[in-house]
Ligand binder design. Structure first.
Ligand code: ADP
Length: 485
């Protein structure tokens, strides 16, 4: 069992109180994916706890203080996360499995959202007087909080994903009902302990419920008192939320699945492209929505690039994230492992070649969750690894001849989250970038989102943006006030 001074309560949090027991009396086990050992048992909550959390958040709605006070909350959060980075990173590493340095980096990333929004919120939320005096009135646009917001997050960035929602939501003045993923609730509980101890929040301003996704999600979606939800997760669940949002015309922020193309043109710096690809692809063991999923390499440099990639992949050390030499940790669960396994088997059965990694017959989720980083070449569009997000350490290489062909293949997906283009000729690369249907396009970099830049997807990858001014406006409603006097 995990021991931590940031986990005094392994509990939900409703109306300013820790709730250690679910009404049902049931619990959920949280495992360390590196060794299968139980870390904790969390309360398995459902409809009734969610209803109470919503009621508490609704009651807090009219007690939300002014923007300067809220700015203080964000600054305090930033300081708390920065001061407790090592311990939060340790909890994250244990429940998620990602390497220690990545886990520590994720806490910095989370903290950056609090400092960014703290720095810009007063200016961005200031009322704006319109220049044109329509109807002989002076028009002022006020930026009001939308109301109670439901926040639902996945397991792949246990603190990063919630920070990019909580920071702008508190900045805007929205009380919150939050549901973490069942696999990684402990990092979030630790964050709540910091918020509970270090911030002077009104009771009910932040609430944490965990347990039945169906019941918690269902209650949030059917409640008139939650006008907005911000969700990060699969497109399947996102689509369900879209359906469930119709009754109360909820505002939706959805960050869903990806199928990121990574295009290497024949004038690219191949060393840099290979380094960026490895860093991008194997972060979180390939379990991120911005991980390159389809690697398109131009004919003339294909063989050379494959060699560079294989050389690097063979050096990656797989192991427990707590071991400082580990580059790639375990997958989160057997279902995640089996999906990668299935994609490799499917690619090999349809004619791809295994150029790095183990044959799938040598790997079994029944033994452990460590999947050897794998590279397959001569991949074609009909293979599952091109059609779906693998969400694991599989790197499929696809050959192309012309830029037009690369563009057509890259855009041949329902998803539109991250994409990458590598090539020295800026004009040529930007011709492609302008036509890629993706919300994020790294040019000569595999870098992912940052707090000050709006991030989100086109098409089936979602609705809305996180980070940047856009990320704050997700939680804001404009109220126009014409003043005739
Ligand atoms: P992933 O494949 O990353 O786990 P999911 O979409 O299944 O993606 O999960 C993302 C988040 O959505 C998690 O917190 C999960 O518990 C939650 N979730 C799953 N099903 C539902 C649902 N029916 N309603 C609301 N939230 C859900």
């Amino acid at each position: 069992m995990i021991e931590s001074y940031l986990l005094k309560n392994i509990a939900g949090y409703i109306d300013g109180q820790w709730i250690a027991q679910a009404d049902s009396g049931k619990t959920t086990e949280v495992f360390n994916p590196a060794n299968g050992k139980t870390l904790a048992e969390t309360p398995y909550m459902g409809t009734d706890e969610t209803r109470r959390a919503i009621a508490a958040a609704k009651a807090a709605r009219d007690t939300v203080p002014d923007v300067a006070t809220r700015r203080g909350w964000l600054e305090d959060c930033y300081e708390a996360l920065t001061a407790e980075k090592e311990e939060i990173g340790r909890i994250l590493c244990l429940e998620h499995g990602k390497p220690w340095a990545e886990a520590q980096g994720e806490v910095d990333y989370a903290a950056s959202f609090f400092s960014y929004f703290a720095g810009m919120m007063e200016d961005t939320l200031a009322p704006e007087t319109l220049l044109e005096q329509a109807k002989d009135c002076r028009w002022t646009v006020h930026k009001r909080p939308i109301g109670v917001a439901g926040l639902i997050t996945p397991w792949n960035f246990p603190i990063g994903m919630i920070a990019k929602k909580v920071a702008p939501a508190l900045a805007a003045g929205c009380p919150l009902v939050i549901k973490p993923a069942a696999e990684t609730p402990l990092t979030m509980i630790a964050m709540f302990q910091l918020l509970h101890e270090r911030l002077d929040l009104p009771k009910g301003m932040i609430n944490l419920v965990m347990g039945s996704s169906k019941e918690i999600g269902g209650e949030i979606m059917s409640s008139f008192d939650v006008p907005m939800i911000s969700f990060t997760g699969s497109t399947e669940v996102g689509q369900l939320l879209v359906e469930q949002s119709s009754q109360h015309v909820k505002k939706l922020g959805l960050e869903l699945g990806g199928n990121a193309p990574f295009i290497v043109l024949d004038d690219a710096d191949l060393e840099s492209a290979a380094d960026n690809l490895i860093a991008n692809k194997f972060r979180g063991a390939g379990q991120t929505c911005v991980c390159a999923n389809r690697i398109f390499v131009q004919d003339g440099v294909y063989d050379e690039f494959v060699n560079k990639v294989v050389e690097r992949v063979k050096k990656l050390k797989v192991g427990d994230g707590m071991d400082e030499n580990t580059d790639v940790g375990p997958l989160i669960n057997a279902a995640g492992f089996d999906k990668v396994h299935d994609h490799v088997k499917d690619a090999l059965s349809k004619g791809a070649s295994l150029v790095a990694g183990k044959h799938p017959d040598e790997l079994d989720s029944g033994k452990n969750l460590f999947y050897t980083p794998t590279v397959v070449s001569d991949v074609t569009h009909d293979m599952k690894c091109c059609q779906e997000e693998t969400f694991g350490p599989l790197l499929p290489l696809i050959r192309f001849e012309t830029d037009a062909q690369a563009l057509e293949m890259a855009n041949d997906t329902q998803f539109g989250l991250a994409s990458y283009v590598f090539g020295r000729d800026k004009e040529r690369a930007h011709k492609l970038i302008g036509k890629l249907h993706f919300g994020h396009c790294g040019y000569n970099t595999g870098t992912g989102p940052a707090a000050h830049a709006p991030f989100g997807g086109f098409l089936h990858s979602g609705i809305g943006r996180e980070g940047g001014v856009e990320g704050l406006m997700e939680f804001v409603e404009s109220q126009t006030v014409p003043d005739g006097s």
